[in-house]
Design a protein around this ligand. Structure first.
Ligand code: ADP
Ligand code: MG
Length: 374
């Protein structure tokens, strides 16, 4: 027959055939084409809802062949790591937050198709349609949820990005926690020193003084290792009425307060700042920046809702110190990328062209300067 080009219809046929092959194995009912509705798409998966009469609706996430314009080969270890991490995160979250993540989750890595099957968590509300106080209330609930996630002790060993060894997931770094903490503080000082000694224009003395003393103080305040999420963008949150769902996480083992601050950093700064990059343009985060900011402020009050008075003030200040460090880190990464002679397509998709990266670097530095004043 040779290699005929597949049409969209053929592809759907192949998809349905593969799904039914799997569903038969899982002892689910046979799915008819009309039960499958395409509901969304991220950078990596095309997502379909499967409506069922006798049970909760499911979602099928089919891995795209291409992401960021590049062909994605099937790498079994890599895919298993990704999907096992999601599975572990979902069950970790549900231990302390009932029904926040899909309760059903399975993945399939086959020769012709890679996909996950999970509980359908609802159709989310668009952020733009939220009122100020709704946004703040969702933020507060999220803060409480993340606080419980961070405080639920994980049985996973190690630190850093997760690795699948064929049996279990573990962090990829096995240094002791004190060494990891000091190493991280050293790395921040290296980033600081690089920016201070660069040709960039910003109030170097002010930033240097502020961050150096912040780090000196931080060294004595070691944080707890928790299972954290590196992908907290609004597309991975489903807000419906009073319920919040978290989907599509990118978990790792890292410090708890640092990642609480990462959420705040994303919603206050990163999402609006990246809204001009090709990858994010369609989400129009810039337009939503005041709503994102409400969510971030709500998050802080929810995350520390177990403390009051002076303790609340101290904790919030520590979180905002972590926010400053994320700004510094972001500025450093932008600076480093601009030092390279060539930008990869994935980089320009995610960060924009040289001009945009330069503009965002300056924005980071301005914001950092502002936060190094008080
Ligand atoms: N379990 C689910 N329940 C409801 N909607 C979902 C679910 N999983 C994915 N979606 C929808 O599909 C979109 C893309 O899915 P996602 O898993 O984030 O893809 P990607 O891995 O490419 O980022 C989500 O933003 C959401 O709207
Ligand atoms: Mg996603």
């Amino acid at each position: 027959m040779g290699h005929m080009k597949r049409t969209q219809e053929d592809l759907d046929g192949i998809v349905i055939e593969a799904l039914n092959r799997t569903f038969t194995k899982m002892k689910f009912e046979y799915i008819k084409e009309e039960q499958i509705i395409r509901i969304g798409e991220g950078a990596w998966h095309t997502v379909y809802k499967i409506e069922r009469l006798d049970a909760r609706d499911l979602v099928i996430r089919i891995k795209k062949n291409k992401a960021y314009g590049e062909l994605q080969p099937i790498d079994e270890i890599e895919l298993t790591t990704e999907y096992e991490s999601t599975k572990a995160y979902y069950s970790h979250v549900n231990e302390s937050n009932r029904d926040v993540c899909p309760t059903f989750y399975q993945y399939f890595i086959e020769d012709d198709i890679v996909f996950t099957v999970e509980t359908f968590m609802g159709h989310g509300t668009d952020l733009l349609s939220l009122h100020k106080d709704e946004a703040s209330s969702y933020g507060k609930q999220l803060g409480r949820i993340y606080h419980r996630i961070h405080n639920n002790k994980t049985s996973m060993e190690g630190f850093g990005e997760l690795d699948w060894n064929g049996k279990t997931l573990r962090g990829s770094d096995f240094n002791n926690i004190d060494a990891l903490w000091q190493e991280e503080n050293n790395q921040i000082l290296i980033a600081l020193s690089t920016l201070i000694h660069s040709g960039l224009h910003f109030d170097k003395e002010k930033v240097d003084t502020y961050i150096s003393s912040l780090i000196e103080n931080r060294r004595t305040q070691i944080q707890k290792i928790a299972l954290v999420n590196q992908d907290v963008t609004p597309e991975n949150l489903i807000l419906t009425g009073y319920h919040i769902a978290i989907i599509d996480p990118f978990p790792k083992l890292d410090f708890d307060l640092k990642y609480a601050a990462y959420f705040v950093f994303c919603y206050k700064f990163l999402l609006p700042a990246f809204s001009n990059a090709p990858r994010y343009i369609k989400h129009a985060y810039e337009e939503k920046s005041s709503i994102l900011n409400e969510i971030a402020d709500g998050f802080i009050s929810g995350y520390f809702s177990n403390v009051a008075g002076d303790a609340f003030t101290t904790q919030t200040r520590r979180l905002m110190d972590e926010y400053r460090l994320w700004l510094l880190q972001e500025a450093y990464e932008h600076y480093e990328i601009l030092q390279q002679p060539h930008l990869y397509q994935k980089t320009t998709q995610q960060m924009g062209n040289r001009e945009m990266i330069t503009a965002r670097l300056n924005l980071c530095l301005e914001e950092l300067e502002k936060w190094c004043t008080e």
